[in-house]
Design a binder for this molecule. Structure first.
Ligand code: SF4
Length: 75
């Protein structure tokens, strides 16, 4: 949920499903942002992130052992 103090970015989180191992480290690193499906694969937001979310997403990107997560600019 956003409020008047939320600062949005033009950054989105993307996943390479072929690279992902489904272990779920990202959900531990970004628990407010990433959930896991019933098979353990991440479910990521399909929208631009706010500043706080980018901070958490960056931890997940850096911690992904398969380099399957990426931050991209929304076009
Ligand atoms: S940490 Fe990376 S490889 Fe592991 S589940 Fe998340 S996206 Fe997939």
């Amino acid at each position: 949920m956003t409020d008047s103090m939320t600062v949005m970015t033009n950054v989105m989180l993307r996943i390479d499903p072929q690279a992902c191992d489904g272990i779920g480290m990202c959900a531990h690193l970004a628990p407010d942002l990433i959930t896991l499906d019933r098979w353990g694969y991440p479910i990521i937001p399909t929208r631009v992130l706010d500043v706080e979310e980018v901070s958490q997403a960056t931890k997940a990107v850096k911690g992904c052992p398969k380099k399957a997560l990426h931050l991209i600019a929304n076009k």
